[in-house]
Design a protein around this ligand. Structure first.
Ligand code: PMV
Length: 328
C-alpha cells in the first residue's frame, strides 16, 4: 500500500497555453516537451494511513494545494474500485523552488505513478499520464522521459488527452537546456489564471491554437534530425507567440522583465558571433536556454553576464521510476 516514485520536470518546446475544460484540464492544442535531468521530485504515497496527510517540500499542504493532491488520489480510488482508506503523501524536490521550473509537473507525475502503484494497479504510462494531467496539465508530459507530445484529444471525458514519448532521452544526448534565473520572485499571475484570461479575452487566441498545433509535427521532425538551429528558432517563435497572446489579453499580461529582454538581446548578439544558443520562456521571467554540450558553459556564462542569479544546467531526462526507499 506504499510506493515511492521519482520524476523529472519538463520544459515545453511547443507550449500548452489554454484549457478547453478547466475541471478535467483538457488543452485547446497539443504541446511537446523535453524531460529534464538531473533535477527531480520524489514522492511517497501510502494508502491505509490514519488520516489524510499531505506534505510538500517540507511543509504541510493546506487549502487548494492539498485538495489538488487528494483529488488525484480520489481518481486512483475510483480506478482501483475499492476503499483504500486515507492517504499519506510526502513529496520533496531536489531543486530550488525559485528555479523557475514548475515543480508541480514532476510532483504530479510522481504522485500519479506512485498512487497507482500503492493502490495495486498495474504500471500503465497512458493511465498515469491521464491522472497526472488532472493534477497539473504539463505533468502528463513528465511520466516519460525524452521528448513527449501531449495529444490534445477530442473526447469530452479526456481519455484521449495524454502524453506519448516520441524519442527517448538517449536520442539526442548532446542537447542541453540551461535554466537562467534572472528573477527569483513569485510570479504575480499563475499559469492557470494567465492562460484562462488569454482564452477568454485575447483576440489572438484562435490564431495561437492553430499555429501551436501545426508547430508540433514540425518540432518532431527537427528533433528527429537533431537540427538544433531549426529547433531553436521554432522554440523562440513559439514562446514569443504564447507571450503575445497574453500581451493582447484584457487586462494585458506581461511575464517578461527587463532582465529577460536583456538576456534575449544578448543571445541574439552571441548567435551572430556563431554561438548556437536559443531560448524558450514559460509563464515567468526566467529564460531556458537551448544549446549543445559543447556550448553549455558558454550559455551559463552568458546568462550570468546578463544578471542571472542562479543557473541550472540540464540534460535530457528519463522516465518516472519506482524507488525501493521511501520518504517515510
Ligand atoms: O501545467 P501548468 O498549469 O503548470 O501550465 C504550464 C504552462 C507552461 O509552462 C507555460 C507551458 C507548458 O506547456 O508547460
Amino acid at each position: 500500500m506504499k510506493a515511492t516514485v521519482r520524476a523529472h520536470p519538463n520544459i515545453a518546446l511547443v507550449k500548452y497555453w489554454g484549457k478547453r475544460d478547466d475541471a478535467l484540464i483538457l488543452p485547446h492544442q497539443s504541446s511537446l516537451s523535453l524531460t529534464l535531468s538531473p533535477i527531480h521530485v520524489t514522492t511517497t504515497v501510502e494508502f491505509g494511513a490514519a488520516a489524510d496527510h499531505v506534505e510538500l517540500h517540507g511543509h504541510v499542504a493546506k487549502g487548494s494545494e492539498r485538495d489538488r493532491v487528494l483529488r488525484l488520489l480520489d481518481a486512483v480510488r475510483v480506478q482501483a474500485g475499492r476503499d483504500l482508506g486515507p492517504a499519506k503523501v510526502v513529496s520533496r524536490g531536489d531543486f530550488p523552488m525559485a528555479a523557475g521550473l514548475a515543480s508541480s509537473a514532476a510532483g504530479f507525475a510522481a504522485l500519479a505513478v506512485a498512487g497507482r502503484q500503492a493502490a495495486g494497479l498495474p504500471a500503465d504510462t497512458r493511465a498515469s499520464s491521464i491522472l497526472a494531467r488532472r493534477g497539473s496539465g504539463s505533468a502528463c508530459r513528465s511520466v516519460q522521459g525524452g521528448f513527449c507530445e501531449w495529444l490534445r484529444g477530442e473526447r469530452e471525458d479526456g481519455e484521449d488527452s495524454y502524453a506519448v514519448q516520441r524519442f527517448d532521452a538517449g536520442h539526442w544526448p548532446e542537447l542541453r537546456m540551461v535554466v537562467a534565473i534572472v528573477d527569483r520572485g513569485e510570479k504575480e499571475v499563475k499559469s492557470r489564471d494567465g492562460m484562462k484570461s488569454a482564452v477568454e479575452t485575447s483576440p489572438y487566441y484562435p490564431a495561437w491554437v492553430k499555429d501551436a498545433e501545426a508547430e508540433v509535427p514540425r518540432a518532431r521532425d527537427l528533433i528527429a534530425k537533431k537540427d538544433l538551429e531549426g529547433l531553436g528558432e521554432l522554440c523562440e517563435r513559439n514562446a514569443w507567440r504564447m507571450h503575445s497572446t497574453s500581451l493582447a489579453a484584457d487586462p494585458p499580461l506581461c511575464y517578461l522583465s527587463p532582465a529577460t529582454l536583456g538576456l534575449i538581446q544578448h543571445l541574439r548578439e552571441q548567435r551572430k558571433k556563431g554561438v548556437p544558443v536559443w531560448f524558450t520562456l514559460d509563464a515567468g521571467p526566467n529564460p531556458v536556454l537551448l544549446t549543445d554540450a559543447a556550448h553549455e558553459v558558454a550559455a551559463e556564462a552568458l546568462a550570468r553576464a546578463c544578471g542571472a542569479v542562479d543557473v541550472v544546467r540540464c540534460v535530457p531526462g528519463g522516465d518516472a521510476v519506482l524507488l525501493s526507499e521511501h520518504l517515510f
